[in-house]
Structures are given as structure tokens and as C-alpha cells.
Design a binder for this molecule. Sequence first.
Ligand SMILES: [Zn+2]
Length: 408
Amino acid sequence: MARHSISAVIAFLCFSIVGFARNQQDQLYSVRVSVSTAEQRTEIANAGIAIDKVFSDSIGFIGTKEDIKRVEGLGFSIKASELPRRALDFPSDDKNFHNYSETVASLDEIAKNHPKIAQRFSIGKSLEGREITGIRLSGNPSRDSLPTAIFMGCHHAREHLSVEVPLKLAEYLANNYETDSRVKSLLDTREVVIVPMINPDGAEYDISSGSYKYWRKNRRKNDDGTYGVDLNRNYGKGFGGAGASSSPSSDTYHGPEAFSEPETQAVRDWVRGRKKATVLLSFHTFSELILWPFGHTYDQVPSKTDQDVFETMGKKMATWNKYTPQKSSELYLASGDTTDWAYDELKIFAFTFELTPDSMFGGGFYPGAEAIEPTFKANIEPALYLIEKAENPYSVLNESVDPLRLIP
Ligand SMILES: [Zn+2]
């Protein structure tokens, strides 16, 4: 007992010295916090917590003892249980998930098998030098003049299902082009660009040691010796605001400045170059949500018409995948994400999907390979709808509005 007490004191002192630095070997906990309003949830997000699930009377997150202490320090009551680490490079049970090299190989294979409609490209390199690779799909050789739909996955390392869905979408479009008149007509009149793994360094790190690490960020070595910047807090709109942490050890560390990371720089420059991009979908996991801007403020986007487009499209897509459609800030505030930036700077109708499962009780970030196929199937129609509406998102309102507002 005495030995335990001494250990506890030493552990406490260590935590005190390093602030809330998250060591990579720290025991992680699945945590529930009793809260019910967006303001309370934002208070927790402001403490550097990456909220994974919002229930009507609580939130769930994965964190260390230090994270738990910080939330308790805010006066909230919590329940925590130790998180088991599943044995795992993807473990044999999860071998159908694609690691980085398998993702690149799959994109290569699609391009090789469908050279007329599919070309692989790179948007740049990750911090550790991996090509951030994507695929362009179109039956129309005239590039850069077609309405463009953008799909991305895996800003967050542990969200491996968010790689599989856009990857399968690329396969689906390529494989059905010749035989499905709807797919052919969409690809003949539009450009679809898909980058399934924005954060390859983090995704590889998460599966690098035989057990999942619940890693979220990229692999930046921060000045204080901790690792990682949250790429979905590193974009330019509302950077450094609510729901993003200035503490490098936090799971929601926003980085030293907007677009400090090569991964977000690559996305920014590449998306800016897609002059006719009108719709964007960034896949994340989990919670089964369809989210739209703004996330950094409770305010609506300035244009009521655009707000109506977001709501109409979001609710329409929810009829197929049965996810909950809502403005992002209804959950809690989060600043510096992809969609706020893409809409604010480029007026792209940008959505975040939080994929399967609905909660941590369905497997959370690691729902198992059996989740891949049904999750993809549930999201085929929403993806085709977005591609269809890329020509003129405003058409969902049955209005005649200038379809494409290009970068000034
Ligand atoms: Zn995410």
C-alpha cells in the first residue's frame, strides 16, 4: 500500500512538472462527462479535449488522467474506465483496412485499370516525407474547367474508416463508369478528386507498434518535446479560437500558426487550385453526423441563401445514411477546421461526415473491418448527390443563382 502511495505521489509530481503533457505510453481512459449545453461542451473543448461523442446529457472522449483532472477542475462530474489496447499493423482481424502503402497501391491499381478516367496525383508531402496522394476521376479530358467535387479522408490518424470510405468511392466510380449510366454521366460532366489519407504519418504511427495508439494528430515534434498538431484545428478560418488548444500536448493543439503544417498547406494550395470546386466532403469518425459550417462560432454563415443550401443538402444526405444533420457548432465550438476555411475563403459547400459507429459503444475509432462495407454503402448516395450538385449547389433551392463563384 505504502509503495502504491509513494508511486502515486511521484506520478502526481511528474504530472505537475510537465503540465498536461501526454506521454505516448500513458494509460488512456474512455471518459463520460455530464453536460447538456453547447456552451458547457465548448468549455470542455476549450480545455484541449477532443470530444468524440455528444449525447443529450453527456459527452465522451478518450484521454489521460491529466485530461480527466482538467475536466474535473472545471467542476464537471465524470466517469472513466481504462481503455483496453487491442492487439494489432492492422491486426489480422482488421487486415482489410489499408495502411499507407496499401492505400497508394490501391489508387495506383485504379489508375492502371482505368487509365482513361482515372489519374493518380500527389498534393504534396507530409512532414515525414510521404506523398499525400489522390486520384482524379473524370470521363472528360478537359481539366480544370469542370465542376469539381472534392473528397478527403483521415485528417485524424486513428480514424482509419475515413480512409476506407473515400478509397472505396474511387473504386466504385471507376468500376461502374462503363456500366452505370448515372456514374458515366456524372463523370463525363464533372471532375471528382479524392485524397483518402491527408495524415499518412499519423495513420502509420497509430498502427506501428502492434497495438492501436488512439493517435489523432500529425507527427510534428513540438518545441516542448511533445508530438503532433491537430490538422483539423490548423486551417485559417477562426484559427486559435474556441475549441482548439494552444498547449502542444493537447489532442486539439492548433499548431504555432494557421497552416503551419505541410499537410494543411498541401490541402490549402491544392484546393485553391481547383478553380471550379463547389462541394467538399471531409470524412472523419465517429458519431454518425453530417456537419456544416460554421464550427468556430455559434453564428450562422453570413449568407442566408448559403445557410439554406447547407441545411438542405445536409438534411437530404441524411435521408440516405440516417446520420444526424446539424450545424457544427451545435455540438461545441471548434476552430480552424477544413470546412470553415473552405467555405469562408473559397465559398465551397464543405461538409464533415462523422462516420460509423454512432458512439464508443459500437467500437469508437476501431469498429472492426466488418464496419467498412456497410459504412461505404450507406454513403454512396450522399456522395453521388454531392457530385451531382457540384454543377450548381444552389439548384437544391430551386433558385436561379450564379452557380459558380470563383476565387476573386
Ligand atoms: Zn476527426
